[in-house]
Design a protein around this ligand. Structure first.
Ligand SMILES: [Fe+2]
Length: 477
């Protein structure tokens, strides 16, 4: 793995005509927005975990074969405050601010995790407004043209601006544009409120169901079908005593969760019609990302990038990541779970056992429906492997894979964009932001969605650190 993937990039760019090699398809028009951690220091302090870096937004615009690019640091309250103080003062996921501060500062933080608004994980469009998201409930809006930060999203509901856990990946209804997400307080028990944000009323989170779990558990994404919203309760549980006492010892939130596999993993299936909840239990697995979910003959099928346990989180601490990288053994596989609504039985099968698989993407046209192709990122099958470098297309009906990879090339999350009017599910392109270890710069790769062969690349003059997620918005935003 190349350490430059996780090196700070502070510079903001505006490039009107990015050098293109190959030919961008003429039908291809719109904007790719991406988010990810990009700045890992403040003064003498350094972030301890990859997920903690200050957010940077990127936009690639495609207009009649011409590509332009813009990047801006997300100017959050936390970023501004840290910059003013010259140290990391917010309590990040894997970096406890108090670990770098004095004892009195630690005491003043005892009330719990302070508000963190470094929303560096994902992007969503909510009622026409562009927002940056993380696994905390705070959302930060930005201007899609200038990429300037606008400020916190304020909700006019009973939770208001309360700082809670939320998921970086709301599920979007492909027909209505409504978003589904969850909220849960950092506390001794695990009350989870599942909510919907209607596309035409984005200021209000309408609670559709509540789930009580014994402890607060980590969640990052969901399943959504036309009839159901699925919350996954993993046995990665918050130890509130450790969280409170850990503040004196500089233990961050990420190290306050413990993996309890004997409890298994649960699917809470919520009827979108009446809010009734049906719970299914299965073997323990850890998940960041669901791939797709759909209904089929009285069953719910949900495909997941499933990890054997939660050790991937520890591997993203820089101490581990920069010396040992990620391990193939603890990586995720694409798994299919089938939840039988009549019998309560859960079936599970590995779809493509040869490939590790995460950072999934599908055609928006098949979200919530039976589908055939999942795109993602996997690790090469060789002993020297310490990072995923294979862009994958998996035929989920056959369990076969097609891959793109190149020497010293480190691709990010693939985003599939369907060709307007295309008949086949994979008729379109796959976008991925790639870091080229040979040149030390990045490029936006465009692959043919059918063959996974390169169509074109837009070559940047600079390096972009390994990012997380983004969205493609068709046409002119
Ligand atoms: Fe994610």
């Amino acid at each position: 793995m190349d350490g430059a993937l996780f090196r700070t990039q502070t510079r903001e760019y505006d490039i009107n005509n990015v050098t293109v090699r190959g030919t961008v398809p003429v039908w291809f028009s719109g904007d790719l927005f991406r988010n990810g951690p990009a700045i890992f220091e403040q003064g003498a302090d350094r972030m301890r975990h990859f997920f903690d870096g200050y957010a940077m937004l990127h936009r690639f615009s495609f207009r009649e074969g011409v590509v332009s690019y813009r990047s801006r640091t997300l100017k959050t309250a936390e970023y501004a405050n840290d910059k003013k103080l010259g140290r990391i003062a917010g309590n990040e996921w894997g970096t406890a601010a108090w670990s770098t501060a004095g004892f009195l500062t630690r005491l003043s933080n005892l009330s719990g995790p302070a508000t963190v608004d470094n929303t560096n994980v994902n992007i969503a469009v909510m009622g026409g407004r562009y927002v940056a998201l993380s696994d905390f409930s705070t959302m930060v809006s930005f201007d899609p043209h200038t990429l300037q930060t606008c400020g916190h999203v304020h909700f006019e509901d009973r939770y208001g601006d309360t700082f809670m856990a939320g998921a970086a990946h709301p599920s979007a209804d492909p027909v209505t544009g409504d978003l589904f997400n969850a909220l849960s307080r950092y506390g001794p028990s695990g009350d989870v409120a599942l909510y919907r944000i209607a596309h035409d009323a984005p200021e209000k989170r309408e609670i559709i169901a509540k789930i009580r779990t014994k402890k607060q558990t980590y969640f990052h994404s969901f399943g959504l079908t036309p009839g159901y919203f699925i919350f996954i309760e993993m046995p990665w549980e918050l130890d509130i005593f450790r969280l409170v006492t850990g503040q004196l010892r500089g233990i961050p939130l990420a190290e306050c969760y413990s993996w309890n596999p004997q409890k298994g993993t649960k699917f809470h299936v919520v009827s979108r019609k009446d809010g009734t909840v049906t719970t299914f239990s299965t073997e323990a697995f850890f998940v960041f990302h669901t791939v797709n979910a759909f209904e089929e003959g009285g069953k719910i099928v949900i495909d997941i990038a499933a990890y054997p346990d939660a050790s991937i989180n520890a591997e993203f601490f820089f101490d581990h990541l920069l010396t040992r990288g990620l391990s193939r053994k603890s990586a995720a596989r694409l798994k299919r779970f089938t939840l039988d609504l009549d019998t309560g039985i859960v079936g599970s099968t590995v779809i493509c056992g040869e490939e590790t698989f995460d950072l999934p993407g599908i055609s928006r046209n098949v979200a919530g429906r039976a589908y055939r192709y999942a795109y993602g990122l996997g690790m090469p099958d060789d002993p020297g492997t310490d990072f995923p470098t294979r862009l994958l297309k998996i035929d989920v009906t056959r369990g076969t894979s097609t891959a793109w990879q190149a020497d010293q090339a480190f691709p990010g999350e693939p985003v599939f964009v369907a060709r307007p009017g295309g008949a086949d599910e994979d008729d379109g392109v796959v976008l991925s932001l790639v870091f080229d270890g040979r040149s030390g710069t990045s490029y936006l790769l465009i692959l043919d969605g059918t063959t996974m062969k390169e169509v074109a690349r837009a070559v940047l003059p600079h390096r972009i650190p390994f990012g997380l997620h983004g969205i493609f918005v068709e046409g002119h935003s």
